[in-house]
Design a protein around this ligand. Structure first.
Ligand code: SAM
Length: 220
């Protein structure tokens, strides 16, 4: 899949996939979007210090890097599982400006996320373990006792197979009591499928350029 580097409205980069006519993030601001949805609406709502997190779609590593910074600055302990079917080439990841834009003093930690080996846990810092798995989330078995899910697949119009009731059922099964799921997509159909899987769903205000996002919680 060919990808093109683009700059979004807040100055942060994203990737565009011409064959899908799809961006990895919002063109209104990739960094703003990830911070709003995954950190503010997701990570900060778990109420936990020790968190087992599962991300669908590692991609550029933007969510992982924001999560790492949040963990290091708030004494959180995170085991970050992430699944990616199409890992990015190094020639692309080294051009991304997230290191400088998000955490200049520790920008080498952004490179560390990409350099980390696949398919095994790697300690990025003493309190942040990254476990990237290369493969299809519709085929792989998920880790268990997950406290937080970042659902960051390409849009349902472009990749409907990523937004199925079956996949949400599997995520619900591995979610721990009171686990949180967040996604940028606020489509009614997606909300109903997540709800049918068992999550209690809410629409929350979105980042600039997006009216709503979805937040869900597994009941105790
Ligand atoms: C919207 S992008 C977001 C990625 C990432 N969270 C980021 O911030 O860059 C969706 C990601 O899902 C990945 N993906 C597509 N199909 C997949 C599949 N079947 N299993 C796992 N990942 C997949 C894509 O390659 C892409 O990296």
């Amino acid at each position: 899949m060919k990808k093109e580097l683009q700059t979004t409205a807040d100055g942060s980069h994203t990737l565009f996939v011409p064959s899908l006519d799809e961006h990895y993030h919002s063109v209104n601001g990739a960094l703003q979007e990830s911070q709003h949805i995954f950190i503010q609406a997701g990570l900060r709502q778990t109420g936990k210090q020790h968190i087992r997190l599962l991300e669908i779609g590692f991609g550029t590593g933007l969510n992982a890097f924001l999560t790492l910074k949040e963990a290091e600055t708030n004494a959180l302990h995170i085991h970050y599982y992430t699944i990616e079917l199409y890992p990015l080439e190094k020639s692309l990841t080294v051009t991304l400006n997230y290191g400088e834009m998000i955490w200049q003093e520790w920008k080498e930690l952004f490179d560390a996320l990409h350099k980390a080996a696949w398919n095994r846990p790697v300690n990025i810092t003493p309190s942040f373990t990254l476990h990237k798995t290369e493969g299809d989330c519709n085929r792989l078995e998920f880790p268990s006792n997950i406290d937080l899910i970042y659902f960051d697949a390409f849009s349902p119009d472009k990749q409907p197979e990523m937004w199925s009731r079956e996949l949400f059922d599997r995520l619900y099964t591995v979610a721990s009591p009171a686990a949180v799921i967040v996604t940028y997509c606020a489509k009614g159909e997606v909300r109903r499928r997540m709800q049918a899987a068992g999550f209690t769903m809410q629409r929350l205000p979105g980042p600039p350029g997006k009216r709503h996002i979805l937040f869900g919680r597994k009941q105790h």
